[in-house]
Design a binder for this molecule. Structure first.
Ligand code: GDP
Ligand code: IMO
Ligand code: MG
Length: 428
């Protein structure tokens, strides 16, 4: 069997959580492959709402195994908070969730380093989620990290102390003055949370998944963040610190590239971004405000206002290419229900006057392109109650056809509201 991958094609918050939940009944295993509690994946069903940060979005369906893979960075304290809230809601989480030994641990001092690093960058700060993501991946790549499997080793305490002391030296060299009392309190909670982690089953994800695939099990890999936040292909340096693209599923889970089957690319009918960094189609006018209000575009983790803009087909074409997307999923179509006209950026005019459909090396500062827009008629119909493709307004279907032509990949699922039920799987 092959694994299917589901990931975001924009700057995150495309609606990955909702769609993973919708697609899970077709799979045996759902696996997160990168990122950490910087993610906020929202699921709504039966008048209930959940925001998942490290735990895969397949946990609410029945019978599937969910895995936190080795490419993920795990904060034991935040994981415990998330897991205990789910257990309190009645979910038998320890039965449905397994943890990969290769996942790296976020230490309390990683969060302090994240804050100090942002402060040192001043006006050039990335606008991180402050969850210690960058410093934890930095330790992984510089071969200084602590992994979940290390907590089973006899010398884990020594390894922890060495890492923490190294971090304190780094904090001092950044001019930070760490609050040692606050650190001691955070460490106490962290040690307790590491003990709580032991109540879950640890697995060697690579063996577990490859055996499952050989036995004919169906696996869905869940991405976090989005392609334009990928550390190699995103708007560097305003990115996160992991590979959010399809290749990240291979390294994050230990599945070979030839095992990749369908790649579901998720995008919103418009665009958003949280934090700093270039955003060619960003709107600063009434249209941008209307999108933010109607789409409730505020961060699921930090509550920060999301920057809003028109759909960017230059960036989307690039994301589809990098990921090898085979099926597109369009989210939040209903947010545009009231607009008489909708714009789509089909190419960029570069500062030297040239027009391009290919995403350039950088779109920041002096290299900022001017978006070239095509204007499309709006449908001005409330689509939130529509269940069948045949009932969708013709102008909306024209917009979808226009996108398919521009992007060269079929749109297979249309989302018209946050609830599980507000999802239209197109008949082909
Ligand atoms: P993720 O990080 O990609 O999982 O996305 P988030 O959960 O951060 O952000 C998506 C937001 O849009 C959440 O609040 C969802 O409940 C909501 N949402 C998802 N799909 C739709 C949709 O089709 N329409 C509307 N109006 N909201 C949606
Ligand atoms: P989901 O999975 C949107 C952004 C941050 C910041 C940059 C780096 O919910 O789509 P980090 O804390 O990762 O070092 O921050 O990346 N960012 C996200 N933006 N959705 C996310 O996740 C994000 N995770 C990180 O805002 O600009
Ligand atoms: Mg999110």
């Amino acid at each position: 069997m092959k694994v299917d991958v589901l990931l975001g094609l924009q700057w995150g918050d495309e609606g990955k959580g909702k769609v993973v939940d919708v697609l899970t009944p077709g799979y045996d295993i759902v696996a997160r492959f990168q990122g950490g509690p910087n993610a906020g994946h929202t699921l709504e069903f039966d008048n209930r709402k959940f925001v998942l940060r490290s735990i895969p979005s397949g946990i609410f369906q029945s019978g599937q195994t969910n895995i936190i893979g080795g490419g993920v960075v795990l904060d034991p304290v935040l994981f415990r908070e998330e897991a205990e809230a789910l257990e309190a809601s009645g979910l038998d989480l320890k039965k449905v969730l397994k943890l990969g030994r290769k996942a790296h641990l976020i230490l309390p001092t990683h969060r302090m380093l994240d804050a100090a690093g942002e402060k040192a960058k001043g006006a050039n700060k990335i606008g991180t989620t402050g969850k210690g993501i960058g410093p934890t991946y930095t330790d992984k790549i510089s071969r200084n990290g602590l992994r979940l499997g290390d907590t089973e080793l006899a010398d884990f305490g020594d390894r922890y102390a060495a890492a923490r002391n190294r971090h304190l030296e780094m904090l001092h060299s950044l001019g930070a003055d760490p609050d040692m009392e606050a650190l001691a309190a955070a460490e106490e909670k962290w040690v307790d949370a590491v003990a709580y982690l032991q109540e879950f089953e640890f697995i060697d994800t690579e063996h577990f998944l490859n055996k499952a695939l050989d036995e004919g099990k169906k696996v869905l890999c869940e991405g976090a963040q989005g392609t334009m936040l990928d550390v190699d292909f995103g708007s560097y340096p305003f990115v996160t610190s992991s590979n959010t693209v399809t290749a990240g599923a291979c390294t994050g889970l230990g599945v070979a590239p030839r095992r990749i089957g369908d790649v579901y690319g998720i995008f919103k009918a418009y665009c958003t971004r949280v934090g700093s960094g270039p955003f060619p189609t960003e709107l600063f006018d009434e249209a941008g405000r209307l999108i933010r209000d109607r789409g409730h575009e505020y961060g699921a983790v930090t509550g920060r206002e999301r920057r809003c803009g028109w759909i960017d087909l230059v960036a989307l074409r690039y994301a589809i290419m990098i990921n090898g997307v085979t099926k597109l999923i369009m989210m939040k179509s209903d947010v545009l229900d009231v607009f008489p006209e909708i714009k789509a950026c089909t190419s960029y005019r570069l500062p030297d006057g040239r027009e391009t459909r290919d995403f350039p090396f950088t779109v920041d500062g002096d290299s900022a392109p001017e978006p070239v827009y095509t204007t499309i008629a709006g449908w001005q119909t409330d689509m939130t109650g529509i269940k069948d493709e045949a009932e969708l307004p013709a102008a909306f279907l024209d917009y979808v056809s226009f996108l398919e032509k521009e992007l060269g990949v079929p749109v297979e699922i249309l989302s018209v509201g946050p609830d599980r039920e507000q999802t239209i799987v197109r008949k082909r």
